[in-house]
Ligand binder design. Structure first.
Ligand code: ADP
Ligand code: ADP
Length: 219
């Protein structure tokens, strides 16, 4: 199953991708996580991307396109993949088509997480994550067993710099202007499966499973 998870910041793409990865045993390819790894490693890519990410803007297309191409080439993607956070621009969408063509792969579905902006602002400001293992929590909606500590490894949980209010606002603007236009092409290609992304995490997961099994309803 070759999937793209699409939706605004905070719509639950990462949370749902981790659940699906465990159920289907296919890789979760999060461009945000990959970029944050590069920033931590202080690589050339990381040096170019860090400040742009903190401001809530998109890093240059060529960086994410290359990262995605190299990742999709790896053998573990042969059984399927969940691409989370790519494509985020029309140019990236075109590049993805080319990459998949070159690898003789095709997308099965684009799962669109639809949710009100009011709801996601609360989600982002309460998001906490573990830098060591990447687990994501929420101070109200998805609490760790011990406050402020990761369930998996006991590490201290952190707030992402781009989950500060000013960066959240920029990310929504960027999403509306640069990312949302990508949906239309997928709708026309009949690949879109829309999932109502509000409500309990488990309920959303049930909707995701239904959407990828029967295609969901077209938005
Ligand atoms: P969220 O899902 O909360 O928006 P991500 O972890 O997916 O956050 O992405 C964090 C940041 O990484 C983005 O705001 C952007 O700066 C950068 N980024 C992630 N994916 C892409 C992409 N496909 N193109 C450009 N920048 C990206
Ligand atoms: P995205 O990858 O789309 O940016 P995340 O999966 O990181 O979104 O979720 C954003 C925040 O909202 C996290 O703190 C997560 O724990 C929380 N969250 C995810 N799904 C739900 C949900 N259905 N209801 C409430 N909070 C949620």
């Amino acid at each position: 199953m070759n999937l793209v998870f699409f939706g605004p910041p905070g719509s639950g793409k990462g949370t749902q991708a981790k659940l699906l990865k465990n159920k289907f045993n296919i890789p979760h390819i999060s461009l945000g996580d990959m970029l944050r790894d590069e920033v931590r490693a202080e690589s050339e890519i990381g040096k170019r991307a860090g400040e742009i990410m903190n401001a809530g803007k998109l890093v240059p297309d060529e960086l994410t396109i290359e990262l995605t191409r190299e990742r999709l080439k790896k053998p573990d993607c042969q059984q399927g993949f969940i691409l989370d956070g790519f494509p985020r621009s029309l140019l990236q969408a075109e590049a993805l088509e080319q990459i998949l063509n070159d690898l003789q792969m095709k997308l099965d579905k684009v799962v669109y997480f639809q949710v009100d902006e009011d709801e996601v602002v609360g989600r982002l400001s309460g998001r906490r994550s573990c830098k060591k293992c990447g687990a994501v929590y929420h101070i109200k909606f998805n609490q760790p067993r011990v406050a402020g500590r990761c369930d998996n490894d006991g590490e201290m949980l952190c707030q992402r710099p781009d989950d500060a209010e000013a960066a959240i606002r920029t990310r929504f603007e960027v999403y509306a202007r640069q990312t949302l236009p990508v949906l239309e092409g997928y709708r026309q290609a009949n690949l879109l499966a829309t999932v109502a992304a509000q409500g309990e995490i488990d309920d959303v997961f049930a909707r995701v499973l239904a959407a990828i099994n029967d295609g969901g309803h077209q938005a």
